[in-house]
Design a protein around this ligand. Structure first.
Ligand code: SF4
Length: 381
């Protein structure tokens, strides 16, 4: 796969209801779905000729599995007419377990969707209730089985852990049940309290903190080792794959600073040294696009020094790390200190994080360079 070919992201901003931990942009009602479908196709036309070819397409959200196969057919047909989507392109659809059925999966395959990312979050009913999910562990396991049985090129599973009071043994049970099905890819996210979420409001209202950092760190290291023992590659802070070909090609573009175009409300785009992102409001997005306006909320142009820092910040999130040739001016004493502390390693002229270092990827660029880390905006979870 050509690494420089761009990725296409479509933000589906609809959910049945808002989960208490989630800060992704979505609205819990579907009335604007038909207008959104038209607007995405119209927005895509604006980029015809500016972005020519994509080798990854990612339907993220929100809840993309709320779209019917005919909605997805309409979108893909339009996108294929406007852009060149390579025949071998990785095409991912995020799905919630309650939307999975054998019949739907078959139809999705017929549309060329070859990768399913399942939002299981857990296989423990108590954890699912705490997270405000609509599905049960039974439904989640069934959906995973059906997606694997259907024969997609890749099936990925999202899990959330580090819940308040969650014991290692209980989390390990979830891991074991997931691993028994041997999905091609697993994303394990530590529960974090994000501004503007229901969980954040609970804390601001004087409730005790939901978890302890130390417990989460131990669980993170445990999880990394656990998947490695199962033969999975820990290729990015939160991501594991059965082999390098099952790494998420679309998300790798974010971490490797390759170009991507985001369509839909709140979607982010990046090309060369420019980044821009759309307005969030679905209503405003549809209004702007249907009136012939560009729905961009803000743009930024990165200076060379910012680009370099961003390369370091994003590169250290992946097991590939960064080329030392690009960072020959990093202070030697700081690098040596971090190596001694077991947070980074150097090999084959590359600098990369250890498992421990993955816990500090936000701070490492600051420690290494003495600069403040940049706020990197990319929709890649
Ligand atoms: S976690 Fe997923 S389903 Fe829940 S509100 Fe966020 S985007 Fe919607």
């Amino acid at each position: 796969m050509n690494r420089k070919t761009a990725g296409l992201y479509i933000h589906v901003p609809f959910c049945r209801r808002k989960c208490p931990y989630c800060d992704f942009f979505s609205i819990p009602e579907l009335t604007l779905l038909p207008a959104w479908l038209q607007a995405v196709c119209r927005e895509a036309k604006y980029y015809q000729g500016k972005f020519k070819c994509f080798n990854t397409v990612y339907f993220g959200g929100g809840t993309p599995s709320l779209l019917s196969p005919s909605n997805l057919d309409f979108l893909l047909e339009n996108l294929r007419r406007i852009f060149l989507i390579t025949p071998e392109a990785e095409i991912t659809l995020e799905m919630n377990p309650e939307d999975v059925s054998r019949e739907k999966l078959r139809k999705l395959q017929g549309l060329g969707i070859n990768r399913i990312s399942l939002g299981l979050q857990s296989l423990d009913d108590e954890a699912l209730t705490f997270l405000g999910r609509r599905h049960t562990a039974f439904q989640a396991e069934k959906a995973l089985g059906q997606a694997l049985e259907a024969g997609f090129s890749s099936v990925s599973v999202d899990l959330i852990y580090g819940l308040p009071g969650q014991k290692k043994q209980r989390w390990e049970k979830v891991l074991s049940r997931v691993a028994a099905s041997r999905p091609h890819h697993v994303s394990c996210y530590l529960l974090t309290i994000k501004e503007g979420t229901f969980f954040a409001r609970k804390i601001l209202n004087g409730q005790p903190p939901l978890f302890w950092e130390k417990v989460q760190r131990d669980l993170f290291l445990f999880t990394s080792r656990w998947w490695k023992n199962q033969g999975y590659l820990h290729y990015e802070v939160s991501n594991f794959a059965v082999s390098s070909k099952h790494r998420c090609a679309h998300n790798l573009k974010y971490w490797q600073r390759q170009p991507y175009l985001g369509l839909g409300p709140s979607a982010h785009s990046f090309s060369q040294n420019k980044r821009w992102w759309n307005v969030s409001s679905v209503k405003e997005y549809c209004r702007l696009v249907s009136s012939g306006f560009h729905p961009v909320a803000e743009r930024e142009r990165l200076e060379p020094a910012q680009e370099k820092l961003e390369t370091l910040f994003l590169g250290l999130r992946t097991a590939d790390g960064v080329s030392l040739a690009l960072f020959s001016n990093l202070p030697e004493d700081k690098k040596t200190l971090l190596e001694k502390q077991g947070l980074v390693k150097t090999r084959d002229d590359r600098l990369f994080c250890t498992e421990q270092g993955f816990l500090f990827t936000d701070a490492l660029p600051l420690w290494l360079t003495g600069d403040f880390p940049l706020k990197v905006v990319a929709k890649g979870r």
